[in-house]
Design a protein around this ligand. Structure first.
Ligand code: SF4
Ligand code: SF4
Length: 432
């Protein structure tokens, strides 16, 4: 939620049982000891304060004035990829809100002036000055589409707007994914347009770092612009953009458009017979669920009921509170796409869907603590290697980039590719 204070979560923080179950997937999901952890911060630092439950204790201690800010406290709060795995595990034991506490802790740090961390400041300054996170001039944002024939949604009406996002638009090594996405959608007969230079950052980095004011400003500007275009739907292929467009923008202002991830649209187009694969891929593949496409893409339900205690310890919520357990994230669509591709043999990793292990890149971890981000990617690469697959497919530029770094660092034989690149190969076309 936005605009919350630690006091709003006092009950959650007090009720944390210190059970540590947020360090593992729910036990019924554990397939082996080796891949039995789910919190990247615990995998790396192995000290309770770094876990979801540890952050509950930090939050409560701060609220009660028992501790003051210190470098160590900021380490605990920011050496975390905000992946939300702890939150899902907690909801299988105590039904508390560790992820909301974490976001509120970060927002409190920013409001109190002790954050953002020095490594995060250039990102937020870049968002303010250039409307992107990569410190690139605004006019470069449309460069990725220079040789494409694609409608400018600011100039002419389109049914579907492709929201490219800063990273696919401005990182040359990844912008082939954006070009491929447009070509594939056009091949399938989708009336698609882009905003080019006019597109703004979605605001997700500001939200995860804790600068809620900057996030709300970006969200409001985007909602106003997207509403004014009159598009029926907005399709995102960056999981970070998709996550905030779908789940956080409705907290800021009403949006008159549907939000889809590109994997959802691809699955729909395949099932309608509008994408027909003729080219066998011939690869064994495993799929990495991006956190913001999976467990964090559920719209949170606001609860305003009352509570009473029975037997002096059981809390009854009236009406019963509906919890987000990650069940309704986007898991099936990418798997339906993979299943439709000829010559793809999918072998799943042990930690998947809402219990997936993060790639390590999110929440500002990559910019502030690169060794932590790389260690997390290495862990995921080892899990992918364990499947025997040749290729890790994913659907997020941050995941693709960080997993690729993990592969290179490990000297692994694995490859990492975006799902849309496999789709383009299946159609027999060029990748970029
Ligand atoms: S959000 Fe992810 S990295 Fe952070 S404490 Fe929770 S499980 Fe660990
Ligand atoms: S946050 Fe939840 S799972 Fe973690 S220690 Fe507290 S009660 Fe247990």
């Amino acid at each position: 939620m936005l605009g919350r204070a630690l006091a709003d979560y006092e009950k959650d923080m007090t009720r944390c049982a210190r059970c540590s179950l947020c360090k593992w997937p729910p036990l019924a999901q554990v397939k082996s000891i080796r891949f039995s952890q789910v919190c990247p911060a615990i995998s790396r630092y192995n000290f309770h304060a770094y876990s979801g439950g540890g952050k509950m204790i930090v939050g409560l201690s701060k609220l009660k004035g028992r501790v003051d800010y210190s470098e160590e406290m900021l380490n605990v709060i920011y050496r975390c990829s905000v992946c939300g795995a702890c939150d899902i595990s907690c909801k299988y034991s105590r039904d508390l809100e560790p992820l909301e506490v974490l976001h509120t802790l970060r927002a409190t740090c920013v409001r109190d002036g002790v954050a953002p961390l020095p490594a995060h400041r250039p990102i937020l300054d870049s968002m303010r000055n250039y409307d992107n996170v990569w410190m690139q001039p605004r006019k470069k944002r449309g460069s990725w589409a220079r040789k494409l024939e694609v409608k400018d949604a600011a100039e002419q009406p389109v049914d579907t707007l492709y929201f490219v996002g800063c990273t696919y638009a401005l990182r040359p090594e990844l912008s082939g994914v954006a070009r491929t996405t447009v070509r594939v959608l056009q091949d399938a007969g989708v009336d698609v347009g882009i905003l080019g230079e006019e597109e703004l950052c979605c605001g997700s980095p500001a939200y995860t770092i804790g600068d809620e004011e900057l996030f709300v400003e970006n969200a409001r500007r985007n909602i106003e612009m997207l509403n004014s275009l009159g598009v029926r739907r907005v399709v995102a292929s960056c999981a970070g953009c998709y996550g905030v467009l779908k789940t956080k923008y409705p907290l800021v202002a009403p949006a008159n458009f549907q939000v889809l991830n590109v994997t959802e649209l691809l699955a729909e187009l395949i099932e309608q017979g509008r994408l027909v694969f003729t080219n066998p891929i011939g690869r064994s593949v495993t799929y990495h669920d991006p956190c913001h496409l999976g467990r964090q893409s559920e719209t949170r339900k606001e609860w305003n009921g009352t509570e009473r205690k029975v037997l002096n310890h059981l809390v009854i919520q009236d009406p019963p509170k509906e919890f987000n357990r990650g069940t309704y994230g986007v898991y099936e669509a990418p798997r339906r796409v993979l299943a439709a591709l000829p010559g793809v043999e999918l072998t799943e990793m042990e930690r998947i869907r809402e219990y997936s292990f993060c790639c390590g890149s999110g929440g500002g971890a990559k910019s502030a603590f690169p060794e932590f981000a790389l260690a997390t990617a290495r862990e995921r690469v080892e899990e992918a290697e364990n499947t025997g697959a040749e290729l890790v497919a994913t659907a997020c530029p941050w995941c693709e980039s960080n997993i690729s770094e993990g592969i290179a660092d490990a000297g692994s034989r694995l490859e990492c590719a975006s799902l849309i690149e496999l789709v383009a190969k299946g159609l027999g076309g060029d990748v970029s």
